[in-house]
Design a binder for this molecule. Sequence first.
Ligand code: TXA
Ligand code: MG
Length: 391
Amino acid sequence: MSFFDGLDPNEDDDFNVIPLFMTRVLPATRASAPTIAEAAELIRAGEVVAFPTETVYGLGADGLNEKAVAKIFKAKGRPQDNPLILHIANLAMLDPLVTYVNPLHKAAFARLWPGPITFIFEKSDLVPDAVTAGGPTVAIRMPVNEVARSLIAQADTPIAAPSANRSGRPSPTTAYDVLEDMQGRIPLILDGGACDIGVESTVLDLTEPIPTILRPGFYPLSMLNNYFPGVRLDPALEYQNLSALESPEAARHSKRDPKQAPPKSPGMKYRHYAPKALVTIYAGEDTKVLKRMVEDFHLREAMDKKVGFMVFNQGAQYLRDTLPAKNTEIRSMGNGTFIDTMGQRIFRLMRELDRAKCDEIFVMGIRPQGYGVAIMNRLMKSAGGNIIHVS
Ligand code: TXA
Ligand code: MG
């Protein structure tokens, strides 16, 4: 294996000229794993280390060290105006990072943390501008993954960490996915196995008069409403939900004009989670969607294009029985009734279908309800809004 494996030779940044690191991958599935101490040492020394969390793998550095944080942006190729999440190991680490904690929210933090949710606060002077992209607020999360928390505790500093993918790519949910994007760019990846959830944390802004979800995640709105009465989705996300439900024309003509509702979370404006293959979402009744996918496949087949399919168990069986083996890659996202499995697999399968050299990916969509809001949000981003409503 060469240093350059997994790196995109067409991108002209420094790392393709001279890789800076011989990236090591070390196992860490328990809080007590000795490899975590080594990773914590690197963090303390101002280096960048990838580590598992319950959502996706993170690319971590000392969140109080401006130079270390700058290395994250470099390794990821991330735009400088997109702020990072600070990860903490316990509630005592919160206070020094923020100016104010609403006493009414304390019970919620105790119940929802550690967990797959990030809260936005007014930042204290301790937090460097590099973390917040110069803004007055800071995003904070306490992950439930025990390797992540052990790493933060041993490094004894809040760890700034975006998802450990190259900017724009699908988030990594295995150490292999991280290696694919970060080989030669960072010294160490802690391998904690596949991530339990597979979709990034909810981002909930508590600095607004109305608590606002800037990025949907594992916890549905209805559940968060118990802790933050009146919590709402950012209007840009409402619009996206609508276009996932209806035809894009209908959404465009509705009152919810996206131009009047620019995304508030800076990260939400970039093309995101995108595999190399072109992604199309098919929404509608299962049997009709599958029939349409088969028709569309034959159009691609005529041009000798390879298509990857992301459908549910029964659909995968149907496609295997119906389609030729040549030019097809068929993957299941689970049984379709328990969408947690779909969440676990969406990013991993997109990466897998890229490796299988698919030109296009056809994905079965779901209704944007409950956790489905978050899953459809990621799919809509991966597809650049490319959705076909089959009726
Ligand atoms: O699950 C996760 O959150 C993972 C794991 C590693 O913890 N991290 C993650 O980080 O997804 P990242 O950088 O890929 O996404 C963070 C999101 C971005 O959309 C960013 O714009 C937003 O949070 N964000 C960060 N700080 C913010 C702030 N102060 N105000 C508004 N949005 C913020
Ligand atoms: Mg990300």
